[in-house]
Design a protein around this ligand. Structure first.
Ligand code: ADP
Ligand code: ZN
Length: 611
């Protein structure tokens, strides 16, 4: 939105400039003619001669190309004239004969040449340059401050957004509380022994409210909020990205304590390895400058860098090192209850009819984020206004939701009912296996609120305690749990989907390690099989070739891995078939609530709710 506005403004400026330029040009031409042409009548040389003959010419000045002069016309008016010089040997004689005052003149045009040929054009060029760069210089910097960043500073007007304006996201609010305390009084915080935080990375899908959340953090702490988008750093001029980072941090130091917010940080912070083919020096310099600035400033200064991304996996790991963005806060897509809250926040601003059922609205909008809901409320209000109604009714919301979802469907953001059911069973498959198998980590949360682009749902397991040894049985239980998702799909829908790809690769990794690293497989036996090729130094300092495994052994490992995987998969299917009733119940509950926590899972699994 913002960017478009800027472009629009830029365009308006430009067209204004064009109009201005045209008017000025017309004016100049007119002036020129007025001073140098209009008062002077051009006459042919022959007429000039006959005017001399008839004694009408009073005086004339002869220069290299023209003859300027004055003659008297019939009415006795003095007329200034000009004519072109012709080779005429008798001219001087004629002039003398008729007593015309005349003088010669060396054409002296250097001044006009200077003005029209040099000063004016250069003046224009300079003017155009000045106009074009004015936009980029932004608020800071004088005439020659080219390359200064044009970030928006909300300096005097500290954001008045508060956490109460951000619905849901309770966990995130708690996590950020420490930062708020710090910003309120950096020195005091440090005196009390807190380690000064520096960078916070907000991770979440577009529109979940990351910007809003960062702004609200500034609002809660009562500090200025400086924001810039990562792509803005890079987009405009080559070579100034790094200097913009410097400017940004200088500005921040002046305003501290404050929050610097970098949206779309992935535009700068893309891992240097990710696209080494299309390496971008500009981006790299900017990134390096950012890292240097973050390392350089004194953390007691009270500058907190917040950054947002929806693709944390592509960020350069250097950004995540201690003293940089070492805190990450996940801003999830809202669940049922969260969506209800968001609806409420945005409905405060409009007049609501009594028939609006907010719970139902939340149910109608699975997978949508805060920005979508803000749009829906806005659209509903517009619809009501168009109909001249006294308030916004349920029908308006329903219509607005339909429109919003139709719009998103085009962008493939909404999952269908069938897909959702499949995801629910898939996740419950993981959860039930994890619950029943002693070796698997306990389930913390099951969710079918889509996250990011790939994961449609997830089952979060938390290890009970720090473990140093894992038994073979525990490893196999983990594998069965990982395969439980696909197993559930097969048992329930008699078909499988691509949704289990990540599960499969993680399960394969575990099994492969079991066979080739830990010597836990009977057939392969007690050996460590180093399958990586290349040379490396052994602990005795001998250069050895890593690949000392025969093709036959490799085949054996592959066979064993796939046999163990298959066995685990069969076990998962058996577990789920035996617990079909619980699987159904859990999946239905999940479809209703979208998120199921540990206790709810337990009560369903233990059947303690009565039936
Ligand atoms: P992001 O930065 O994650 O892309 P924004 O912060 O720009 O998302 O959110 C866009 C708009 O969506 C916000 O200005 C706000 O109106 C609305 N919004 C998003 N999340 C929430 C929320 N949790 N509570 C209230 N409004 C929200
Ligand atoms: Zn899965």
């Amino acid at each position: 939105m913002d960017k478009n506005n800027n472009q629009l403004k830029g365009f308006n400026n430009f067209s204004k400039f064009i109009v201005f330029y045209m008017l000025l040009a017309i004016f100049m031409v007119y002036m020129y003619q007025y001073f140098f042409k209009t008062q002077v009548t051009q006459i042919p040389y022959s007429e000039f001669k006959s005017l001399i003959e008839s004694g009408k010419v009073k005086s004339c000045t002869i220069s290299e190309k023209y003859i300027h002069g004055v003659y008297i016309n019939k009415d006795g008016d003095k007329i200034r004239f000009v004519t072109v010089v012709v080779r005429d040997p008798t001219l001087v004689k004629d002039l003398e004969k008729h007593h015309v005052k005349f003088s010669g003149k060396v054409t002296n045009t250097w001044l006009t040449n200077l003005i029209f040929g040099w000063i004016l054009p250069f003046g224009f060029l300079f003017f155009i340059w000045w106009l074009m760069t004015r936009k980029m210089r932004g608020t800071s910097g004088g005439l020659f401050g080219l390359g200064k960043s044009r970030f928006k500073v909300y300096s005097n007007e500290k954001p008045d957004v508060k956490f109460s304006d951000v619905a849901g996201a309770e966990e995130a609010k708690q996590e950020i509380q420490e930062i708020v305390e710090y910003l309120k009084d950096p020195q005091r915080y440090q005196r009390l022994g807190g380690r000064a935080p520096k960078g916070v990375l907000l991770v979440g899908a577009p529109g979940v409210g990351k910007t809003l959340f960062a702004k609200a953090t500034a609002g809660e702490a009562g500090v200025p909020f400086i924001s810039i988008s990562g792509s803005e750093f890079i987009e405009m001029f080559v070579g100034v990205g790094a200097s913009r980072v410097r400017d940004l941090f200088n500005e921040a130091k002046k305003l501290s304590p404050c929050i610097v917010f970098i949206d779309e940080i992935d535009a700068i912070g893309k891992s240097r390895a990710v696209n080494s083919l299309t390496s971008n020096d500009e981006r790299e310099q900017t990134l390096n400058q950012l890292l240097a600035e973050m390392d350089g400033f004194d953390s007691s200064k009270g500058v907190i860098i917040m950054a947002a991304t929806n693709r944390p996996e592509i960020l350069d790991p250097a950004l995540m090192r201690p003293g940089r963005f070492d805190r990450q806060i996940i801003v999830d897509k809202p669940d049922l209850k969260g969506r209800e809250e968001i609806f409420k926040v945005h409905m405060k601003k409009i007049k609501m009819a009594n028939d609006v059922d907010i719970k139902r609205l939340a149910q109608m909008t699975p997978g949508l984020v805060g920005a979508d809901i803000a749009n829906i409320v806005n659209e509903a209000a517009l619809l009501a206004a168009r109909e001249n109604r006294d308030a916004v009714y349920m029908e308006h919301f329903e219509e607005a939701i339909e429109r919003q979802i139709a719009g998103l469907k085009k962008k493939n953001k909404v999952i269908s009912k069938e897909e959702k059911e499949r995801v629910a069973y898939h996740e419950c498959g993981h959860a039930i296996c994890a619950y029943l198998l002693p070796g698997a980590d306990p389930v913390h949360k099951i969710s079918i609120v889509p996250r990011g682009l790939s994961a449609l749902g997830y089952t979060q397991q938390l290890p009970t305690d720090e473990r140093y040894l894992i038994t073979k049985e525990e490893m196999l239980d983990k594998v069965i749990t990982l395969l439980g998702g696909r197993a559930a799909e097969e048992v329930v829908f008699k078909s499988i989907s691509t949704g289990a790809q990540n599960d499969l690769s993680r399960a394969t990794d575990i099994v492969r390690a079991l066979v080739s690293q830990f010597g836990m497989d009977e057939k392969v036996g007690l050996v460590v099989i180093e399958e990586r090729g290349g040379h490396f130094l052994t602990s005795e300092g001998i250069l050895t070739k890593g690949d000392k495994v025969s093709e036959k052994t490799k085949e054996l490992v592959d066979r064993e891995v796939s046999r163990i995987m298959q066995e685990c998969y069969e076990k998962a299917k058996t577990i789920l078939t035996e617990n079909m009733d619980k699987l159904d119940k859990l999946a239905n509950e999940l479809l209703k609530k979208e998120i199921i926590n540990e206790e709810e899972l337990k009560s369903i699994m233990e059947g303690s709710d009565g039936d």
